[in-house]
Design a protein around this ligand. Structure first.
Ligand code: INI
Length: 153
């Protein structure tokens, strides 16, 4: 039997975090969690780039552009989409997720979706460093693990 497992060593991993300003009161703590996780996994701050964009809909294009660079190993998208009274929520949530998936498959590099999509502000707060952990940190761990698996393929 051959079993492949990725480790969580971030040393040498050139990582880009693309973070949206929309709902910044949530995306900032997601970013803090992501940076903290990267450093605790052994990542070098010199290998980390943070890019701000207006909203979740703008993340996929910028994520793809960075993933195409030779000196980038993986990208993590950080954003927060909170359900409102209009259909716009569905568009932003669905299109940002499918754009990231497409960008990842197109570039062949890990582009991890750390965009929260929640019904309420409370649910978002819980996932940005309070009751339910920090999804920014989780996304960085997923990116490093995925990269370590992908490097063996
Ligand atoms: N952008 C978000 O990141 N989160 C949201 O909840 C959101 N809502 O609900 O509208 C949102 N909209 C802006 C969108 O991402 C684009 O920036 C905008 O449509 C311009 O293209």
């Amino acid at each position: 039997m051959k079993e492949i497992k990725g480790n969580l060593k971030a040393k040498g991993v050139k990582l880009v975090l693309v973070v949206s300003r929309f709902n910044e009161f949530i995306t900032k703590p997601l970013l803090e969690g992501a940076v903290d996780a990267y450093e605790r996994l052994g990542g070098d701050p010199d290998d980390l780039t943070v890019v701000w964009v207006p909203g979740a809909l703008e993340i996929p294009l910028v994520a793809k552009k960075y993933a195409e660079k030779n000196d980038v190993d993986a990208v993590v998208a950080l954003g927060c989409v909170i359900r409102g009274a209009t259909y716009h929520f569905e568009i932003v949530a669905t299109q940002s997720a499918s754009g990231l998936m497409k960008a990842s498959l197109d570039t062949g590099k890990p582009i991890v979706n750390g965009i929260l999509t929640t019904d309420t502000i409370e649910q978002a707060t819980e996932r940005a460093g309070t009751k339910a952990g920090n999804k920014g940190a989780d996304a960085v761990m997923a990116a490093v693990e995925l990269l370590r698996v992908a490097l063996r393929l």
